[in-house]
Design a protein around this ligand. Structure first.
Ligand code: SAM
Length: 247
């Protein structure tokens, strides 16, 4: 899919610069007259024709505005910080599987601890991974990686946990009865927030706090999955149940 993101608002004539221009000219080998799908920061898309291949920019002219894609119900992944490059993997798969946001959290059993400098480096790294994954799979909207917060802060934030329009699916390794299907088929909520723990899982006190805040604990089966496997599974099952794999 020949598609590029444009950081501004689409107008009659635009210029793609930087890495995207290089990708367009050198990797996709665009030629003058080629028609490319361009998506802007607001998710508006258009077919645009290449008019000029300059040294550090590709110039394009509007051909036709494309209809806005119907957005499925939103899925947010709240992921406890994982060791090494496992967070890179989870962020990349979340972007490919259509999550609108990944929110990294610190829980009792999280073993990694980042100072302000490391936090900034990780935030930039994960957002770059998310952007690249979104572009690679042809998404119309980039996925946001939110700032790291504690579980307690998350449970107080209506952007993630708001019973009025969000179903909070708590992937809890101690849950033996309730399935994701039961929870997902039992809600019409506009947004689904998935919560997945770190390698060491959740403490009983944390599980109590999540369910008290409205989280519905679900089992991902009788096997204990690695955290990154659990996130991938929860995302895929959710997108399938919400019918989002086709949007
Ligand atoms: N240390 C925990 C234990 O031994 O019970 C396992 C934690 S697991 C590696 C990491 C996270 O993946 C869990 O906190 C949970 O969010 C999710 N997870 C893994 N297997 C699951 C399952 N069968 N059902 C629900 N969630 C699961």
């Amino acid at each position: 899919m020949r598609q590029v993101f444009y950081p501004g608002v689409l107008t009659e004539d635009i210029a793609i610069t930087g890495g995207d221009a290089h990708h367009l000219a050198r990797v996709m080998r665009a030629q003058i007259g080629d028609v490319i799908t361009v998506v802007d920061a607001a998710g508006q898309a258009a077919e645009m024709a290449v008019t000029e291949l300059a040294r550090d920019a590709v110039h394009l002219r509007m051909q036709r505005v494309l209809p806005v894609e119907t957005e499925g119900r939103e899925v947010i992944l709240v992921q406890a910080l994982l060791k090494g490059e496992k967070m890179d993997f989870v962020v990349q798969k979340a972007a490919e599987l259509g999550a609108v946001c990944v929110c990294p959290i610190v829980t009792e059993h999280v073993v990694v601890r980042y100072d302000a400098k490391k936090t900034a480096v990780k935030a930039a790294r994960w957002q770059k991974i998310a952007d690249e994954a979104a572009k690679q799979c042809g998404r119309r909207m980039l996925m946001r990686v939110a700032p790291i917060v504690s579980l307690t802060e998350l449970l107080r934030d209506p952007a993630y946990i708001d019973a009025a329009d969000t179903a909070t699916v708590f992937c809890y390794e101690q849950e033996e009865r309730q399935s994701m299907r039961t929870v997902l088929r039992g809600t019409e909520a506009r947004r689904v927030t998935l919560i997945v723990g770190a390698e060491g899982g959740f403490s009983p006190a944390e599980a109590t706090a999540v369910t008290a805040a409205g989280g519905q604990s679900v089992s991902l089966g009788h096997r204990i999955l690695r955290a990154e496997t659990a996130s991938l599974t929860a995302l895929a099952v959710t997108q399938y149940e919400l019918g989002n794999l086709d949007t």
